[in-house]
Design a protein around this ligand. Structure first.
Ligand SMILES: Nc1ncnc2c1ncn2[C@@H]1O[C@H](COP(=O)(O)OP(=O)(O)OP(=O)(O)O)[C@@H](O)[C@H]1O
Ligand SMILES: [Mg+2]
Length: 214
């Protein structure tokens, strides 16, 4: 036995640090996978965001950059609103990934339309949907295109349950290009009042980045 221990060399501090970093990167990559981030945004970062089209968003960008730099547990999420294709999902996903990285949290990234689909399935089958449960319980939840879709009373009620559940503690990040009137009509004022409690609003403007580049 003694011989065995003699053969085992102690690892240096540098080696231990390197192994810790590798383990952290592995955990982060698994968390991103489990969160089901849309593949378009997995590799996007703050440095990919430029101002060649919309210089008007510089202030909002700096705000989000600082928000990410100074992230603390208990911080509210962001509710990024504005025009089509101006980078709402891009920046919201960078914030989402930063939270996963910084706090080693579990997360769920979901498109509102997919969530509605799963809620409709939940209603017809009577089965509690995994996606809905994941959204309720994720440390950080991102709903992309929030409030967009064909809502009925049942869907509104389930969205109310979800947003109400998100009050206190967990972080919720939202994006939408619906305006205030559309959000009130689709979701109702009780949901929107809770959203204003759990999120800070940031509005992006300008022309879409999709299609031919300048
Ligand atoms: N300022 C920017 N710099 C670089 N790429 C950008 C910028 N804004 C958007 N993009 C890119 O353009 C594409 C569309 O952006 P994104 O999906 O984030 O827009 P959006 O505001 O969420 O649009 P929608 O309202 O249709 O959901 C993405 O590939 C994104 O990375
Ligand atoms: Mg989007």
């Amino acid at each position: 036995m003694d011989k065995l221990f003699k053969k085992m060399k102690p690892i240096s501090n540098a080696e231990a640090k390197k192994r810790d970093e590798q383990a952290r990167l592995r955990d982060f990559s698994m968390a991103c996978n489990d969160a089901r981030i849309h593949h378009e945004f997995i590799a996007k970062s703050l440095s990919d965001f430029n101002f060649t089209r919309n210089t008007c968003n510089r202030k909002q960008y700096v705000y989000i950059e600082n928000y990410i730099k100074n992230l603390k547990r208990g911080d509210k999420g962001l509710f990024i609103t504005g025009d089509i294709g101006v980078g709402k999902t891009h920046l919201a996903t960078v914030l989402f990934k930063s939270v996963l990285w910084k706090f080693s949290w579990s997360g769920r990234w979901v498109l509102q339309a997919d969530l509605l689909d799963s809620l409709r399935y939940m209603r017809t089958t009577g089965q509690y949907e995994t996606l809905f449960r994941d959204c309720m319980n994720a440390h950080v939840l991102m709903i992309d295109d929030f409030g967009y879709g064909d809502f009925n009373d049942y869907l509104r009620e389930q969205m109310f349950r979800l947003i109400n559940h998100r009050l206190g503690g967990a972080m919720t990040i939202l994006t939408t290009n619906c305006n205030g009137e559309e959000l009130s009509r689709n979701l109702g004022d009780r949901i929107m009042d809770r959203v204003s409690e759990i999120c800070i609003g940031v509005e992006l403007k300008g022309d879409s980045y999709r299609g031919s580049k300048p």
